[in-house]
Design a protein around this ligand. Structure first.
Ligand code: ADP
Ligand code: ZN
Length: 209
């Protein structure tokens, strides 16, 4: 890690799936490359969207490859001492230790850009994302488009065989048959939550009615 006068910070790009977090991360990395910064990009090994081929290039031909990591310790080990910008995609899949790691990197003068889905399919904080949002100097929360009604979407809808998945399922399903949609609060369905609302005496009318 680099010490000295450099000024580091943490920025988080959060939001629902399909909200353009990866696009925004790529945009920021491209601009960092244009600025001549030394950049490293990491992604969780649980995410295979990139198929091991993920590269970001600048117009002057410089290139950044995404390095897969399985936990925060591994990520910390892979950061080179002379790196100036550390970008992390799909941070929701990492352990809570990532908070200390990104804090240390920022303290050492690095700009740390973290992208991740901040809510799981139930609408609860996903992995370390809530803690990362609390530590960040800058937060951008992106929305997608609700596939049901066309309003801005803020929630991840998990579907199994095309039907809303119950809240009891695991937060991370690897290789499962489920699929995901971006939905707004009104169109988001988590079967157990409806029951919980019933127990709380909610959902039987307008709030305060
Ligand atoms: P994220 O990293 O947040 O999952 P990506 O950057 O991978 O998002 O993808 C964003 C792109 O996904 C959008 O630019 C758009 O082309 C596409 N997309 C697919 N479904 C939707 C949706 N429901 N709402 C918005 N964009 C969508
Ligand atoms: Zn909707």
């Amino acid at each position: 890690m680099r010490h000295g006068a450099a000024h580091g910070w943490i920025e988080v790009v959060a939001g629902v799936m399909f909200s353009g977090k990866s696009e925004e991360l790529i945009r920021r990395i491209r601009r960092a490359l244009i600025a001549g910064r030394r950049v490293q990009l990491f992604k969780s090994h649980l995410d295979d969207r990139y198929g091991g081929q993920f590269q970001i290039s600048s117009h002057d031909g410089r290139q950044v490859d995404a390095e897969p990591v399985s936990n925060s310790v591994q990520l910390a080990e892979k950061v080179d001492a002379d790196t100036q910008v550390v970008a992390i995609d799909e941070a929701q899949f990492l352990d809570d230790g990532i908070c200390e790691v990104v804090d240390a990197l920022a303290d050492a003068g690095m700009r740390v850009i973290v992208a991740g889905t901040d809510m799981d399919f139930r609408g609860e904080p996903f992995g370390p994302m809530g803690l990362l949002l609390a530590r960040a100097e800058r937060i951008d929360k992106l929305s997608a488009i609700c596939v049901v009604c066309g309003d801005p979407a803020t929630k991840n809808q998990r579907l199994i065989d095309g039907k809303p998945a119950p809240a009891e399922g695991p937060t991370i399903q690897v290789g499962g048959a489920e699929s995901y949609e971006a939905r707004c609060r009104r169109c988001h369905e988590v079967p157990k939550r409806d029951r919980a609302q019933g127990e709380l005496g909610l959902g039987a009318g307008e709030p305060g009615a």
